[in-house]
Design a protein around this ligand. Structure first.
Ligand code: GLV
Length: 305
């Protein structure tokens, strides 16, 4: 296991000991490469996975596996399973709904007023007035779309391949991106990190949104050009943003983004299932694999996610 350092490992190990006592779970640095059948990793050092001769399967400790597949020696012939326990999509939906309402109701502005003990009234738009565009309609995007619709937001999406989600107009592929952006007042990024999505949230894209649009990024930090986002907030092209992801992480304490009055920052927590939930899911997948049943969320090197 390599996720959360040694302290994190102790917690993982306690959960595994209760949930699946037959599994022999060891910390990454305490294991000999030739004794590993299954690895659970978030950011393994390059070359370490390739040096494990009997490795049968790799589990990402998160849904995104970018820090694993960036290894030039990543053993692409071994199945890599993305961490998708049942509650992960709901948690992402919880986060995006919170962030959407936070932007809609000017939560950052109210927090700043409160910090000055200032009673400043203002009225806001209502959810049905704001069209939400979700980039990435995988399991997390689909659940998030349904939850946002439940709050009254009109929702549409942009995806690589066509998706059929109830009440969600889908804009498919690069050719549809400009139309998708023109129709989007609140842009939600839930894309995986791939060469095609890296750097996508930058001035050329932001300028295609209607003036005064809002942004939520809970995808990956490498997808956004942070100075461009700050410039769009300054110019009024963006009215507000909630960012959960940065590149690199953690965001440096000296970064001016922290103090921006139209920006809310969260520390990559949008969908962070508790370790117990993730350990239970890994144990369940291993039991399935031993019985010849492979889980669905296997990384596809051609798609990049
Ligand atoms: C978190 O970002 C994850 O990939 O699960």
């Amino acid at each position: 296991m390599k996720s959360g350092g040694r302290a994190g490992f102790e917690e993982w190990a306690e959960h595994f000991a209760e949930i699946a006592p037959a599994l022999n779970v060891k910390f990454w640095d305490d294991v000999s490469p030739d004794e590993v059948d299954f690895a659970v990793v978030w950011d393994p050092e390059p070359g370490r996975l390739a040096a494990m001769p009997r490795l049968r399967c790799i589990f990402g400790a998160g849904a995104g596996v970018d820090l694993i597949v960036r290894d030039p020696d990543f053993p692409a012939h071994i199945p890599l399973i993305r961490m998708t326990p049942p509650g992960a999509a709901q948690r992402m939906g919880d986060y995006v709904c919170w962030a959407a309402l936070h932007l809609l109701r000017a939560g950052r502005r109210m927090a700043l007023s409160q910090s000055r003990a200032a009673w400043e009234e203002f009225s806001c738009a209502s959810a049905p007035d704001i069209s939400v565009g979700i980039m990435g309609l995988g399991v997390m995007g689909a659940r998030t779309a349904a939850m946002l619709q439940g709050l009254g937001f009109p929702v549409h999406g942009w995806s690589r391949g066509a998706k059929q989600l109830p009440g969600v107009t889908d804009y498919v592929g690069d050719a549809a991106l400009d139309d998708f952006l023109a129709a989007t007042q609140l842009l939600v990024c839930l894309l995986p990190d791939t060469p095609a999505t890296r750097g996508i949230i930058a001035t050329p894209l932001l300028d295609k949104l209607p003036r005064g649009a809002m942004l939520i990024n809970a995808g990956r930090g490498a997808q956004q050009n942070l100075p461009d986002v700050l410039a769009a907030l300054d110019s009024g092209q963006l009215a507000g943003a909630v960012l959960d992801v940065f590149d690199p992480e953690p965001l440096a304490a000296a970064n001016p983004a922290w103090g921006h009055e139209k920006l809310t920052i969260t520390p990559h927590v949008a969908s962070l299932p508790p370790r117990r939930e993730r350990a239970a899911w890994v144990a369940q997948c291993i039991a399935g694999i031993e019985a010849g049943r492979w889980p669905e969320k296997i990384f596809n090197p051609e798609l990049g996610y």
